[in-house]
Ligand binder design. Structure first.
Ligand SMILES: Nc1ncnc2c1ncn2[C@@H]1O[C@H](COP(=O)(O)OP(=O)(O)O)[C@@H](O)[C@H]1O
Ligand SMILES: [Mg+2]
Length: 234
């Protein structure tokens, strides 16, 4: 479906004393359903601000934000809570797992609050952790913990997966494996995925690349032939 995600003239300003910071400045773009989208730009470009507004974690000052048939920018606090709970899966560089729950229990915790969750064991199996389900986070490597975090987001069966620098805390090979998992989730289940990065090389794996600079969309590219992660070097 065309225009699954819509941003129309979205702005978000922060006032720091005398200074006005335009974290997002008249941002407009669209993303189709099932696309793998990479948002790229230097630190401070507004990437996290944009993702948080789409995820219902932060409100815009002006403009329109829509996900599928839901006008996110019009939701009240109560509606935003439901929206975050049911429609959005979120992955960041901080895995944010509950330390005294096993991998399986961490995923169950998320699926229990949703209408139409996937089976936590099946999702952990799909991310390659079938034999680590009963381990606690401290018994898992960084890459494995990130896989649990991704499984937790996917188990909610959300409309979209939002990933803010998902490889930020991982080494090169592990980071590549995690990106591969995200790309596979998109290709195999048709999930719409947005990955934020400051790494230009990663743009080669995307269907759509949104370049951000100083709170503005500098350029949007579409790749007819996105590469698998193993073909990308940086
Ligand atoms: N809560 C906040 N208060 C003040 N300034 C903020 C806040 N959040 C973000 N900013 C500023 O907005 C700009 C964009 O930040 P951010 O979206 O985090 O960029 P990125 O994720 O691309 O590094 C930066 O200049 C940042 O300092
Ligand atoms: Mg950021």
């Amino acid at each position: 479906m065309k225009d699954f995600v819509v941003f129309e003239d979205v702005s978000k300003y922060y006032r720091m004393g005398e200074q006005l910071i335009k974290a997002a400045d008249q941002v407009s773009f669209t993303i189709d359903r099932g696309e793998f989208c990479v948002m790229v730009g230097p630190s401070g470009a507004g990437k996290t601000t944009i993702l948080n507004m789409l995820g219902g974690m932060d409100a815009c000052d002006s403009g329109l934000i829509r996900l599928d048939d839901c006008e996110v920018s019009k939701l009240n606090e109560k509606q935003l809570t439901d929206y975050r709970r049911h429609e959005v899966g979120f992955v960041s560089q901080f895995y944010n797992l509950v330390p005294n729950l096993t991998a399986l229990e961490n995923v169950e915790l998320a699926s229990e609050i949703c209408h139409d969750p996937l089976d936590p064991k099946e999702v952990l199996d799909a991310v390659g952790l079938a034999d680590r389900m009963h381990n606690f986070p401290a018994q898992l490597s960084g890459g494995e913990q990130q896989r649990v975090a991704i499984a937790r987001a996917l188990a909610k069966n959300p409309k979209i997966l939002l990933c803010d620098e998902p490889t930020g805390a991982l080494d090169y090979e592990t980071g590549k494996n995690v990106l591969q998992l995200l790309q596979d989730s998109c290709r195999q289940t048709g999930k719409t995925v947005i990955v934020i990065t400051h790494n230009q090389a990663i743009t080669q794996m995307a269907d759509r690349v949104i370049h951000l600079r100083s709170g503005r969309v500098a350029r949007v590219e579409q790749n007819a032939k996105p590469l698998p992660v193993e073909r990308i070097e940086w």
